[in-house]
Design a protein around this ligand. Structure first.
Ligand SMILES: *Cc1c(COP(=O)(O)O)cnc(C)c1O
Length: 412
């Protein structure tokens, strides 16, 4: 065997031997029915496999279409739509860190884990953050919000449309935005799990910044997110004198790429192409039909779960449809349920940050009838295998009955 002089120099870190992905990934892909990421359509997967130049004519066309489609999905005519390389939390941090700084008075309506994250980001940029703490299973009343706004005189109010952690839907969102606006505050809305699954009208409701991720309602990949600023919010971004400690998330720098065909950082081109396809599919379906599909599927799933004999976590009046929370029966724990349903049925669902619930997502491609049947069946069998008493045939029958009965409860 020929030996070169190099072979005698042992590398400090030896070359590793690892498994191929084929050896790691399950033979049959798991059905992603948790709180995200969600299954992606074939067109999104195909786009995600392409790399193009991040600058130049093709990318400019793609970016322009992404912005145009995003304006439809956000329901805004604002020019100030931008993409973000990063998770939904990066879009959240872009909103907070560009609009708030040392001393900015921020009021965060805190319904749980994710709405608290906005408060935490505010504290990290030195803002003076107060929180309106809301218990699980309820929303802040408009009186409470009005009172907090009077007391704190916030320049910015942050609020989540759907609190994914405890599955509460902030159905007062429009009125909260109006209260904040009347008091001269800008409103930042976390719509990460809800955008394109239920109505959100950025302009009509007077919202100043909306953030979303790719991997939830839009059924794109995780890691490329969207944000929209109103003209008023953009004026605050442009008018600030304090420099932004974040370089990647500086909206003025991001404007170079997202509005001026220039360079900020190398955009995640494949992810942007994937997002383009996800948005194109939303536009092809139309928001009206997409909302109706989500409503019909989520309500049917909820009825199926109830007919199994399981209890839904959030009360009906503030129950989020995008992510359904289910109380864990006595004697079981969320980790065992999620592990069993994944191993035995190749269906992924989620626990929730210490709460005694499991969660099933109803976002984007999760809202397909065949996915509902498979998931409800897998859930029922899992509960039975683990010793809980459920009526599986009744659950499946209720699901079928609800789906074939057409969309009810059009009030939501
Ligand atoms: C998932 C989620 C987030 C966080 O999104 P990441 O992509 O994990 O950063 C924030 N807010 C809500 C409401 C969410 O559902």
């Amino acid at each position: 065997m020929p030996t070169s002089s190099h072979s005698s120099v042992a590398s400090v870190v030896p070359c590793p031997v690892v498994d191929s992905l084929d050896a790691i990934l399950p033979e049959e892909p798991l059905l992603m029915m948790g709180a995200g990421p969600v299954p992606i359509p074939a067109a999104v997967a195909k786009a995600n496999a392409i790399v193009i130049n991040h600058l130049g004519g093709t990318m400019v066309k793609v970016i322009n279409q992404v912005k145009t489609m995003a304006r439809y999905v956000f329901q805004t005519n604002s020019k100030w739509v931008l993409g973000v390389a990063g998770p939904g939390s990066a879009a959240m941090e872009m909103a907070i860190s560009n609009l708030a700084w040392q001393g900015t008075r921020v009021l965060s309506i805190k319904n749980g884990f994710f709405s608290e994250r906005m408060a935490e980001m505010g504290r990290r940029v030195g803002a003076q953050v107060s929180t309106l703490d809301v218990d699980d299973g309820v929303v802040a009343s408009l009186d409470q919000v009005a009172e907090a706004i009077r007391r704190e005189r916030p320049e910015i109010v942050t609020v989540v449309q759907g609190e994914t952690s405890n599955t509460v839907w902030n159905y007062h969102l429009k009125d909260i935005a109006a209260l904040a606006k009347a008091a001269g505050a800008l409103v930042i809305v976390d719509a990460v799990c809800t955008l394109s699954t239920m109505p959100l009208e950025m302009d009509a409701w007077g919202i100043d910044a909306v953030i979303t991720g790719g991997q939830k309602g839009l059924s794109s990949i995780p890691g490329v997110s969207l944000i929209a600023f109103s003209d008023a919010a953009w004026a605050r971004v442009k008018g600030r004198t304090a420099s932004n400690a974040h370089w990647c998330l500086d909206a003025s720098l991001a404007e170079n790429f997202w509005h001026n065909a220039g360079y900020h950082y190398t955009a995640p081109v494949s992810g942007v192409l994937a997002l383009h396809e996800a948005l194109r599919l939303v536009c092809a379906e139309t928001l009206e039909k997409r909302f109706a599909r989500h409503l019909k599927c989520s309500l049917a799933l909820q009825e199926g779960i109830a007919a199994l004999g399981l209890k839904l976590y959030a009360p009906a009046e503030c129950r989020l449809n995008s992510v359904v929370g289910i109380e864990v029966p006595q004697g079981l724990n969320p980790g065992d349920i999620c592990g069993h349903i994944s191993r035995q049925h190749q269906v992924e669902i989620s626990g929730s940050f210490g709460l005694p619930i499991v969660r099933i997502g109803q976002m984007g491609e999760q809202c397909r009838e065949h996915n509902l049947f498979r998931t409800l069946h897998a859930l029922g069998r899992t509960m039975r295998d683990l010793g809980a008493n459920v009526d599986l045939p009744a659950g499946v029958a209720a699901l079928e009955k609800s789906l074939s009965g057409g969309a009810r409860a059009a009030a939501r």
